[in-house]
Write a protein that binds this ligand. Structure first.
Ligand SMILES: NC(=O)c1ccc[n+]([C@@H]2O[C@H](COP(=O)([O-])OP(=O)(O)OC[C@H]3O[C@@H](n4cnc5c(N)ncnc54)[C@H](OP(=O)(O)O)[C@@H]3O)[C@@H](O)[C@H]2O)c1
Length: 340
């Protein structure tokens, strides 16, 4: 016997990937339904070799459904997640709405799988921000060995992190630059994203950081360890899919770069590609459609006593969202629900 699974936001970037990954990983499903807004009613989406027609989330009855994977943004989640939870359906949510609620577990299965059991508090489990998910996968095995004191991270985040509208804007703006009269003004992003980079994601906070940067700090503490100090600079770059991060880590104990490389090679969810030669590292385009968090450029930081630098790349629609959500569903299934 398998699960009755709902995918809400099935017409979006993350929703489509969730359907692909559920099929690829053969998640034990008895019945699946794809939901989106009323305007997408009847839109066809793929689930393995099947085609599903999307239904209207607003009129959907969650009674009798086991798990709902949500990728619909915070505003809609606020309305529909409580509705699903009240009907006894566990929500695994990609929005930021519940991530900082102390009663809602925020889970990356390679790091804190045991936290799924707290789903009982509200029948909701939160999926982290895309930049946080890949970073904590890389930090966890190193933290277990040498205790991380402080992390300085700079991100290079693809436009798909801003939804379908982000992808369209980069595409249209790039084409428009070649056709006189068809220039596309910034709309989803604050400045031109084609052939440019923008050091601003989400809203500004009072202290001058952005909300995206704040999320990386708060989420790393909640998932990995509240004692780890993190400072982040988040930057949008003209890449369609795949987030990259330059991560500087300061440890309590000395960790040699070769040992760090060996630890990361053995760690779950990670593939180390680290040859010190031209092309001996991973770039975002190579991470597209893959499950792994790739680590390259592992090297000692000789400016501090116990420091390591590394380069971390992953498909933000997969480990950063859809894959992590499906892994949470698998963890919940294996540890708690035990069907299938
Ligand atoms: N992209 C990433 O890297 C990433 C990573 C982590 C988390 N997330 C989060 O995942 C969520 C979805 O992101 P995305 O990139 O997939 O966005 P997207 O491509 O813009 O898709 C949004 C989806 O939500 C649906 N939706 C929006 N408002 C709705 C409503 N009121 N009722 C029903 N359906 C509604 C849309 O349906 P229609 O097509 O019918 O409008 C669409 O299926 C967001 O919360 C985002 O923050 C994204």
């Amino acid at each position: 016997m398998g699960y009755r699974v709902v995918v809400a936001g099935a017409t979006g970037n993350v929703g489509r990937e969730m359907l692909n990954i559920l099929a690829e990983r053969e998640f034990p499903i008895d019945e699946i339904t794809a939901l989106a807004s009323r305007k997408s009613l009847g839109t066809e989406v793929s689930f393995g070799d099947k085609t599903l027609k999307t239904k209207d989330l607003d009129t959907f009855d969650f009674e009798g459904w086991d798990i709902a994977l949500f990728a619909i943004g915070s505003d809609a989640t606020k309305i529909y997640a409580p509705r699903a939870a009240a009907a006894g359906c566990v929500v695994i949510d990609n929005s930021s709405l519940y991530r900082y609620d102390p009663e809602v577990p925020l889970v990356v299965p390679e790091v804190n799988p045991e936290a799924v059991e707290d789903y009982r508090n509200k029948m909701i489990i939160a999926n982290p921000n895309c930049s946080t998910a890949q970073m904590v996968v890389a930090l966890k095995p190193l933290h277990d060995r040498a205790r991380i004191k402080r992390v300085v991270v700079s991100t290079y985040q693809s436009v798909s992190g801003a939804g379908k509208a982000g992808i369209d804007e980069l595409w249209d703006q790039t084409k428009g630059l070649y056709v006189p009269g068809q220039e596309v003004a910034p709309s989803k992003f604050t400045k031109q994203i084609a052939f440019n980079v923008i050091p601003h994601i989400d809203v500004f906070m009072e202290d001058g950081t952005t909300k995206e940067e704040w999320k990386m700090v708060a989420e790393t503490k909640k998932i990995l360890d509240p004692k780890v100090r993190v400072t982040a600079t988040c930057v949008r770059v003209p890449v369609f899919v795949g987030h990259s991060e330059s991560i500087n880590i300061e440890f309590e104990e000395f960790l040699d770069e070769d040992e760090a490389r060996d630890i990361l090679r053995e760690a779950p969810g990670i593939l180390v590609v680290d040859k010190r030669e031209p092309g001996g590292y991973i770039t975002p385009i190579e991470s597209v459609g893959e499950y792994a968090t790739y680590i390259s450029r592992i090297r000692q930081d000789s400016t501090i006593e116990n420091g390591i630098n590394l380069w971390c790349v992953s498909d933000n629609l997969r480990k950063g969202a859809a894959l992590n959500a499906v892994q949470i569903a698998e963890t919940l299934g294996n540890r708690v629900l035990k069907k299938g």
